[in-house]
Design a protein around this ligand. Structure first.
Ligand SMILES: [Zn+2]
Length: 109
């Protein structure tokens, strides 16, 4: 997707350069790499990843980000022995509303 966007802007960069750059940004802690099931890896800016949930549809692969203040305050109250935690990131797998509707329609045929 990044390669297509860069090409669309009229710049020419090899895919290897993009992969290497994303790995470098990941190593520096600027972006975080997410691997959702069998989908290609996705990257997200670190400041945007803190303390939110990813709802991942197992059928269409759509990823929705949601905040859950109750869960955040619970997680912030947790203490783990001999470990100082910085942030958390939670993946919730399931079926999205659009796929649920589609499945119902197809089951009704
Ligand atoms: Zn879906």
């Amino acid at each position: 997707a990044l390669y297509a966007a860069i090409e669309g802007d009229g710049y020419h960069v090899s895919r290897a350069t993009i992969y290497n750059t994303m790995e470098l940004l990941s190593d520096c802690g600027i972006v975080r790499r997410h691997q959702f099931g069998a989908q290609p890896a996705q990257y997200e800016r670190v400041s945007a990843t803190v303390n939110h949930l990813h709802l991942i549809c197992q059928q269409c692969g759509k990823i929705k980000e949601v905040k859950d203040p109750e869960l955040v305050s619970f997680m912030n109250s947790r203490r783990y022995s001999a470990f100082h935690d910085s942030y958390f990131c939670l993946y919730v797998y399931g079926i999205c509303a659009a796929c649920t509707r589609r499945n119902r329609r197809e089951a009704g045929k």
